[in-house]
Structures are given as C-alpha cells and as structure tokens.
Design a protein around this ligand. Structure first.
Ligand code: PMP
Length: 357
C-alpha cells in the first residue's frame, strides 16, 4: 500500500503513552500472578454472571440511551436525584466527558502528580492544558493546587483520593478547606475510584459534597471494589447543570445493556462483595506491615494496592518480581505499585522482596 499522506493531529508524538498493567508471566517455578492493574483477584459473583447471560439475548437491540435503569437504581442507593447522575463506559470515559464538556481548548486543568496516568493523556487529547502539581510526601499538596488553579484560571481541578498509585487519601477536613478555597467557577472533580478501600475514620463523603456544592463532581466505578473491571461501567454525580451539559456532549449508548444489568445486580449483591473488600483491606495492611518489617519505607495506603517509592531501584525490583512470575506496575525512576491479590501472590512478593533487599 502507498504511504499514508493523511495529516494527523500535531501533538500525537508528545502524548504520554498509557501503559496498561502487564499480563502475568510464568515464573521459573511455573507460577504467575497479575498484580499490575488494581483488579480484584476473584471471579465475578455468580448472580452477576446470571444477569449478564440473561441480558445477552437482547443484544440485537440498542441499550437505553442513558442507562436509565442503572441511573435510577444509583439514585436510590445514593439518595441523589436521578438527573444528577451520568453513567459511562468506565470512570475514565467520564473524566474525558467532563473535560470535553467543561474545558475550552487551551484551558488549564490542574491535577496532582504522580497520580492516575490517564489524566495528562485525556487532558491533552481533549485539547485542554495539563497543569501537574507535585505530590508532597506522596499526598496531594492541596494548598499548592489551589494556588495553581488561581494562577492558571483553571476550569477543572482533579483530586484523586485515594490516589493511584501512592494510595494516599485526603481527609474530609482537608477537602472542605480546599473546596472553600477553590474559585467557584472551577469544577472540582473528585475521583473516588478506590473509595471503598478507604477505611480511614474521617474520610470524605464525596457524594454529599457533590450534593452540597455547585462546583463538585464525583466519579465512581464498578471496576475496582465491585470487581467488574472488564465490563466498563462508571458514574458521575454532579450538580444538575453539569450533568445536563454532560448529557448534551456524551455519545449515546455508552453503557451496554449487559453492563447495565450486571452493574444493577452488583449493587444487589454488594453486602457479599463488601466482605471481599474488607478482606483486601486486611491483606493490604498485613502486606504493608510485612514490607515495613523488612525495612521498606512505604506510605499508608487506602486503596487496593501498595506503593513502594524506590526511585532508581524500582526497575530492579520489577525485574526480580517478573523473574518469579509476578507482574506489577512500575514507574521507572519513581516507584512500584503492587495490587493486593491472592494470599499466595502476596507471600510470593514478600519472599522476592526479602531476597531483593
Ligand atoms: N480513576 C482512577 C484513579 C483509576 O486508577 C482508574 C483505573 N485504573 C480509573 C479512574 C478508571 O477506572 P475505570 O475506567 O475502569 O472505571
């Protein structure tokens, strides 16, 4: 074929690449564990699988345009008016939708760094301007973020709590102070992808904040605590003026009928699923203790993962883990993020870490 002459957007070469968690590789002792994508280690609840099978026979039809059944169920669960909820294909699609809806080309969007690596990509592809603010002790530096919002007249500021990949969470008091300080014409997006793993007393009530403040939007997902990462469903709770605008900009049909049925059933079985979340929290705290006893200096995590800020040594631990069939998420020169998975997996990581140190 002839070389393509098609003119592509100019900034393609400058976009950071999104590196998905690597699949598990077979280690020398024939074991493999995938701890690289903050997934839950259990298969989907049988009731959810049944709902998926039942919905599958209707796939000759389009789903509801806005996922009305799921929206209505979430409205009941969260005590929020249905017109303040928008569902989408994973919460990352809702970050993009918020950017497309709120920011004009070139507008500043402030976020902490390091945080979820998709942010700078979707900010740039939405033609907004990424303004990263360095973390301080692995936590959001909220006063500096306020300053950055003011300096750049940012349209959006993203707060990721618990933060991926460092696991740090903001407290309710810190967030209240932050909301009071951010100019009211800037939308505060609170990304609560991991909120169910935040067992801290005094954690923020994001949904209540979105109910109370005209410039707060909250993002949640079925990918993490609900264990449905492969299904792609997330939701946004925001003031109705924002959600009305999101509905104007969104593509129709972004949540399939299968995904909608599964998410509703996932809410039905939440009491059972919650026990798994509690189990992950316990494993996380045991795992972090084990690492600390070996002398690793790691921040408290409120997610389903632990962050090892190893700097230049990160790649070497990654190599050692890979040789044992364990894939984790490594940011070379910065740190290693290890998802909490099967007990065997965590024991295997501890054994490698002990030998590596
Ligand atoms: N926000 C954060 C902080 C995340 O870590 C992730 C997933 N890694 C997402 C959003 C996106 O999740 P999803 O699109 O699966 O809902």
């Amino acid at each position: 074929m002839q070389m393509s002459q098609v003119q592509l957007r100019n900034d393609l070469d400058e976009l950071p690449a999104y590196l998905a968690g690597k699949p598990a590789l077979m280690g020398s002792d024939q074991r493999s564990f995938k701890l690289s994508a903050n997934e839950l280690p259990w298969p989907v609840d049988p009731a959810v699988t049944d709902a998926i099978m039942a919905a599958a026979s209707g796939l000759n039809r389009y789903p509801d345009q806005i996922g009305a059944r799921l929206v209505s169920r979430l409205a009941t669960e969260l005590s929020v008016a249905a017109d303040r909820i928008v569902v989408g294909g994973g919460s990352i699609s809702l970050v993009q939708l918020l950017l497309q809806t709120v920011a004009d080309p070139g507008d500043a969007v402030v976020y902490a760094w390091r945080s979820y690596e998709a942010y700078p990509i979707v900010i740039s592809t939405s033609r907004a301007r990424p303004v990263p603010v360095p973390l301080r002790d692995h936590r959001h530096d909220l006063p500096s973020m306020v300053e950055a919002v003011r300096r750049t007249h940012a349209r959006i500021v993203i707060v990721c709590s618990p933060n991926n990949p460092t696991g740090a969470a903001v407290t309710a008091a810190e967030l209240d102070e932050f909301i009071a300080a951010v100019p009211t014409d800037c939308l505060i997006v609170l990304d609560e992808a991991y909120i169910e793993f935040d067992s801290a007393v005094g954690r923020p009530e994001g949904i209540a904040l979105a109910r109370r403040h005209a410039n707060v939007a909250v993002l949640r997902t079925f990918s993490k605590a609900h264990g449905l990462a492969g299904l792609r469903v997330g939701y946004c709770v925001a003031p109705s003026r924002i959600t009305a605008a999101l509905r104007q900009v969104t593509l129709p049909f972004t949540v399939s009928a299968v995904a909608e049925a599964a998410a509703i059933t996932a809410l039905d079985v939440w009491a059972r699923q919650r026990e798994r979340v509690v189990e992950i929290i316990a494993r996380r705290d045991r795992f972090a203790d084990g690492l600390r006893r070996m002398g690793f200096d790691i921040p408290d995590s409120y997610g389903n993962f632990v962050w090892l800020p190893l700097g230049e040594a990160s790649a070497s631990l990654d190599d050692a883990l890979r040789a044992s069939g364990i894939s984790v998420r490594t940011f070379p020169g910065d740190g290693v993020r290890i998802t909490i998975g099967e007990p065997d997996a965590m024991d295997a990581v501890l054994a490698v870490a002990r030998g590596w140190r």
